[in-house]
Each structure stands twice: as structure tokens, then as C-alpha cells.
Write a protein that binds this ligand. Sequence first.
Ligand code: ADP
Ligand code: ADP
Ligand code: ZN
Length: 239
Amino acid sequence: MIIVLMGPPGAGKGTQARHIVDKYNVTHLATGDMFREKIASGDDVGVKIKEMVESGRLVPDELTIQMIADRIEQPDCKNGFILDGFPRTVEQAEGLDMMLKEHGLFMDGALEIKVDDNALVDRISGRFSCSDCGEGYHDDFKPSAVSDICDCCGGEHKFVRRADDTAEKVKTRLGIYHEQTAPILPFYEQRNMLHTVDGMGSMEDVKINIFSVLDGLEDSNCDLHDSKEYGDVRCNYKK
Ligand code: ADP
Ligand code: ADP
Ligand code: ZN
């Protein structure tokens, strides 16, 4: 399964991606995580992008597209992958189309988690995560059971907050989302690939709604991929 997960910063993409990975056995490719790893490693690319990422601006398309093109060739992507935070511009969406075509692969759909802007500031300001296992938390909506201990891996004092998760930088990031990323939604809508899920409910409710969309896609896309519309091409799934 190849899915693009869309939604503004703080919508719950990372939270839901972890559930999707568990249920559908796909690899989670989060460009934000990949960039933060590069920054932490201090390599050339990391040094170049640090200021952009920490101030909430986008990394240039060419660098981002190439990073994903290299990543999807890794063996752990054979079973499928979920793209979280990519594409973020129309140019990236076109880049993704091209790389999938080159590999004879199909995107199963784009899943948009829709959340009101005013809820996003609260979600982002309270966000923290475990630096060991990546589990995401929230001061109010998902605190850890025991203070400073990760529910998931038991790590102590491993919680971290992102440099760009401040109220001021959220405004920059939201502005960029509406200006540069939201225009991708019609790009997928026109191809009947866009599935929108209400992200204002509880994490559990959002998960249930996402699973129901993805179960439906798994059932229907095989037939679509074998149809004339796609010509003589390989389906992602074994029948
Ligand atoms: P994104 O990856 O889209 O930026 P996250 O998954 O990191 O978003 O979620 C942002 C913050 O909001 C996290 O602290 C997370 O625990 C919290 N969160 C996620 N989904 C919900 C929800 N449905 N209701 C309340 N808080 C949520
Ligand atoms: P969020 O979870 O809040 O949506 P991400 O972790 O996806 O944020 O991204 C954090 C930052 O990493 C972005 O503000 C941007 O600087 C950079 N980034 C992530 N994905 C992309 C992308 N596809 N194109 C350009 N920049 C990106
Ligand atoms: Zn942990």
C-alpha cells in the first residue's frame, strides 16, 4: 500500500501513521523526521537545512524529492510505505508521480486529516515525543502515564520538544501550509484519490475513520489498477 498522509502541522499525521504502520505493515516515511535526523547528525545537508527547518520554512523541492526518491528504493519499502509530510508543494507531488511511474508503482490514495487552525496551535504547543522510540505525546491530550517515563519503551527522561513547535513558528508553518501545500488537495481530488477524514475527534475516533478508508482502498484498488485506465501495468498487490 502506498499512501500520502496530508494535513496541516499538528493535525495528527505522525500519531495516526504509527497506527497505520502497525495495521497495514508499511514503512513510515516522514520527511520532517528525516530532516531532523540530518540536522542532529550535523552532516552537510543538516547544516544547510537547520535554519530553514527550525524557523518553519520549507526545504527546497529538489533536495526533498531526491531524498524520497532514494528512500523508496530501500528494501523496507517493498511492502509499501506511508508518506507523512511529503509532498508539500505541487512540484513535490509531480516529483512523486514521476518516481512512482519510474518504478511501476501506484499511489493508493491521499488521506487528508482535516483540523481547524485554532485547534492546531493547542496541539502543537503541547506536543512532545520520546527521543528513543518516537512515541508522540501531548501535555493535555495524551500525557505519559508516569511523568518523564515513556509508556511505550520505558525510557526515562527521554522526552523532547521540537525547536519549531512554538506559537510564533506555528503561524509561519500554517501560512505555508495554506499557501503551498493545500493546493495539492485539488491535484489529488481531480484524480479521485483524495479521502478526507475529520481530525477534530479523539485520536481513537480518527484512527477508526482512517482504517475504514484504508480497508476500502485495499479492496477496490486492485480492480482499478487492472482496468484500461491504467493500461498494461503492474498492480501493487498480489491478487
Ligand atoms: P502532525 O504529525 O500532523 O504534525 P502529531 O501526530 O504530532 O501531528 O500531533 C500533534 C499533537 O497533537 C501531538 O502532541 C499529539 O499527541 C496530539 N494529537 C494528535 N491527534 C490528536 C487528536 N485527535 N486529539 C487531540 N490531540 C491530538
Ligand atoms: P509537522 O509534523 O508539524 O507537519 P514536519 O515534521 O512534517 O512537521 O516538518 C517539519 C519541518 O521539516 C517543516 O516545517 C519543513 O521545514 C521541513 N519539511 C518537512 N517535510 C518537508 C517537505 N516535504 N518539503 C519541504 N520541507 C519539509
Ligand atoms: Zn519511548
